[in-house]
Design a protein around this ligand. Structure first.
Ligand code: SF4
Length: 377
């Protein structure tokens, strides 16, 4: 089981909170599509034994590509790799790109899952975050998309300083009313070197409040679970049958090939990451070089990653796997580190798996970090 991630490094405008890799200069879009196709060719040997279950267009904003460009890239994947008969093919899309015409075209393409960056249905939040769409576009694109796509996910952001609990509840209720089967929801985080950080430092925007984010998170879990969603990963909620196959494979440590500037790859042993600069990426690919750095993960790295991802998901951390794959020393260390948190009700063990309790869920990354190893191997 494996997948391909394709990073489309362009956005119409920079959202104030974003630190992903993208450029607002679309001048190199055509050259980028050709380079992505060439990288697919250059790396096909890496995945010659693999069957692709998922193809994922992320970004940046993949919906800035026209449908012909998207089809060209998917065609290149099919011609160079083995793809299962019913793959999940996701396109991240922003509401301002999803006109009726575009949705109709996409519905005729192999794309079978849309992940729409709604973030909020309210103008005030969207303006504060400098999103390229407005609240009307946020609503209209879901109504339109639902006519053509069954598998739709929307992204929502909570913990926004100007967002009251009432407005957060209204956001969730709108999402539920649209009947989408999957919701990804993240707390607003203040990343270094973003406009949001500058505005907060200058006192133009109130600081992000962790307590507000935690309240919003608990409201989210309560409302979505009551509506039949499963919180299968801290930030992801799906109706049965609608979990993201791409993300699930990633959390379960499956192999993936990351194509495009800043994309990461994992082959079970090594992690690679492409240069996060469009010009350098294009130049290297034009010279048949891979602009990638690679590190071999140590046993400790792999243990730490498994703890981090395992605790974020409903599948938990298998104590048996820890013992078999990492050995008794790691197993004993984990149980020792976990014991206090189990006593405090933040973690629990069931059927030989370690899970984060509802009380600990919002804090799961910090809890995982306390279970990490620094130097056993
Ligand atoms: S559209 Fe997405 S990738 Fe682009 S700036 Fe906004 S959050 Fe970042």
């Amino acid at each position: 089981m494996s997948g391909i991630y394709i990073h489309i490094p362009f956005c119409k405008q920079a959202c104030h909170y974003c630190d992903f890799h993208f450029s607002t200069n679309m001048g190199k879009k055509e050259a980028m599509v050709s380079a992505l196709i060439k990288e697919l060719e250059l790396r096909k040997e890496e995945f010659k034994e693999e069957e692709l279950q998922t193809i994922y267009f992320g970004g940046g904003t993949p919906s800035v590509l026209n449908t012909a460009e998207i089809n060209q890239i998917i065609g290149a994947v099919y011609s160079k790799y083995t793809v299962v008969s019913a793959p999940e093919i996701t396109l991240e899309a922003n509401p301002d790109d999803l006109s009726k015409e575009k949705i109709e075209e996409l519905a005729k393409s192999p794309i079978n899952r849309l992940s729409i960056g709604i973030q909020s249905f309210f103008e005030e939040d969207l303006k504060m975050m400098n999103r390229a769409h407005n609240s009307e576009e946020a609503e209209d694109c879901i109504v339109l998309a639902k006519n053509y796509f069954d598998n739709i996910s929307i992204d929502l952001i909570y913990g926004i300083p100007v967002m009251t609990n009432e407005r957060w509840i209204a956001n969730i209720e709108k999402a539920l009313a649209f009947g989408v089967p999957h919701i990804s929801s993240y707390a607003l985080t203040v990343e270094p070197k973003t406009a949001l950080k500058t505005f907060i430092d200058k006192g133009l925007i109130p600081p992000v409040d962790d307590e507000l984010a935690e309240v919003h998170f608990h409201i989210l879990v309560q409302k979505l679970e009551a509506a039949g969603f499963i919180n299968y990963e801290i930030s992801n909620f799906g109706k049965p049958g609608y979990f993201s196959r791409n993300n699930t494979a990633y959390w379960q440590g499956k192999k993936y090939l990351g194509i495009g500037p800043s994309a990461h790859s994992y082959d079970g042993i090594r992690r690679g990451w492409n240069v996060n600069n469009n010009t350098k990426y294009l130049k290297a690919i034009s010279q048949n070089e891979l602009p990638m750095e690679v590190e071999v993960l140590s046993k400790t790295d792999r243990y730490n990653e498994y703890i981090m991802t395992g605790l974020r998901t409903i599948w938990g951390v298998s104590l048996e796997r820890i013992k078999e794959e990492f050995g008794g020393e790691f197993h004993s260390y984990l149980l020792r580190q976990a014991s206090k948190k189990i006593e405090d009700g933040l973690l629990y063990v069931e059927k030989e798996h370690l899970f984060v309790s509802p009380k600990g869920k919002f804090l799961s990354d910090g809890i995982a970090a306390d279970l990490f190893l620094v130097n056993l191997s």
